[in-house]
Structures are given as structure tokens and as C-alpha cells.
Design a protein around this ligand. Sequence first.
Ligand code: HEC
Ligand code: HEC
Length: 188
Amino acid sequence: MKRFAAFIALALPMNGQAHAQETAEAAWERIYAVTSHPRCANCHVGASGRPAWDDLGYGATRLHGMNVVAGDSRIGAETVPCRTCHIGAAGPNDVPHAAPQLDDAWRLPPVELEWYGKSSAQICALLRDPERNDGFSPAELVEHVRSSAFVAYGFAPGGGRNPAPGSVETLARDLEIWAAGGMPCASE
Ligand code: HEC
Ligand code: HEC
């Protein structure tokens, strides 16, 4: 009986840890479903500077039309700012195929935040390492998700576009669970 009690005392915290790990892995799966979704990944492109139009009715692997390629500034094709077409004010986005608009300067993320076409393991490694993700700590990721007009757009894009799965709040909570569980990646 004594041995049994000792076993329980040891096993309980271990189970608790295993549970947190499992929960964090499940949270990561949901985070990946969002970060790999076209509403997010179409902007989160890397050095190519070419935003994508995947899942806008043109089929998969479709790059932005009109030869739009962002320059180093990431806020436009240098002589043609993104906001020439993507108006920098909140709007209903109810016209299919019109350039989406929101209350921020439409632009690409920094090159390091490249998610487009990346695997779960690659995006995971990037998100958990501030050295590689433009300096975002887990807490700052949550803060960004809750306050960014871009993230809000991804969950409510309008214009007949498929929204990213979940909501701003479920993503923020999943990031918190994932961080609390030690930020595991799928292959671990
Ligand atoms: C219109 C382009 C655009 C779209 C669409 C977009 N983002 Fe971003 N994202 C940015 C920019 C720009 C930054 C860099 C921070 C800033 O300037 O606000 C960024 C940064 C981030 C960051 C923090 C940096 C990191 O480590 O990767 C997260 C998290 C993020 N975005 C999540 C999302 C999610 C989730 C979606 C979809 C629901 C999304 N974004 C859609 C432009 C976009
Ligand atoms: C000449 C006008 C024009 C310019 C300039 C332009 N866009 Fe677009 N963009 C559009 C249009 C129109 C759409 C919507 C296409 C559709 O839905 O069929 C669009 C859609 C997008 C999408 C897809 C959004 C989604 O939810 O999948 C992204 C990403 C994007 N633009 C990024 C950019 C970035 C970044 C820049 C600047 C480097 C830029 N665009 C400059 C006209 C433009």
C-alpha cells in the first residue's frame, strides 16, 4: 500500500505534465491550421515579395495578379503602394474580387515571417524562436493576434472568401496553451 501511494505521488505530476504536453500539441495543430490558411499565408510570404491569391476562386498556388511584387519596404511595389488598391480604412469588404481593405496600411510582413508553403514543423520552429521571427516573444504573439487588423481580417474576410478556422480569441487562447506547454512542435 505504501509503495502504491508512492507510485501515485510520482505518477500524478507526470500525468499532469503529459496532459499539458498533449493539450499543447493539440493547440499547435489548430494554430497551424490558421497560420497555413490562405487568409494568413497569402500575406506571410518571404523574400519573393509576391503575395498570393490562393483560394480566391483561381485555384491553389495562384500568385497576386497584375504582377504585384513588393519591394524592400514591403508596403508596396515601391512606386505603387499596396494601399493604392487596398484602402487603409475599415470597410465592409462585401464586393467579391475587390481589393480587401482594413484599418491599417496594407503591407507584407517582414521577410522572416514567411509562412506561405511552409510545413507545420517549419512554421512552429519559426514562431517559437524570437531570434527568427522578428523578435516576437510568445506573449507578444498573443498581444499581436488580439490587436492586429490583419489577423481580424483573416477570420472575417468578407467578399465570399473562406475565413481562417476559429476566431481571434480561439487563436490567442491556443497560443497561450501552446506557450504554457513548452511550445511543442508536431514531430516532437
Ligand atoms: C495584409 C497582410 C497580412 C495578413 C492578411 C496577415 N498578416 Fe500577420 N502580419 C502582417 C504584418 C505586416 C506583420 C508584422 C507586424 C506588423 O507590422 O503589424 C504580421 C505579423 C504577424 C504575427 C507576428 C509575427 C510572427 O512571429 O509571425 C503573427 C502571429 C501574425 N501576423 C498572425 C497572422 C494571422 C494568424 C493571420 C491570419 C488570420 C495574419 N497574420 C494575416 C501582415 C499580414
Ligand atoms: C493594382 C491594385 C492592387 C495593388 C497595387 C495591390 N493589390 Fe493586393 N489585391 C488586389 C485585388 C483586386 C485583390 C483581390 C483579388 C480577388 O479577390 O480576386 C487583392 C488581393 C490581395 C491578397 C489576397 C488576400 C486574401 O485574403 O487572400 C493579398 C495577400 C494581397 N492582395 C496583398 C497585396 C500586397 C502585399 C500588395 C503590395 C505589395 C498589394 N496586394 C497590392 C489588388 C491590388
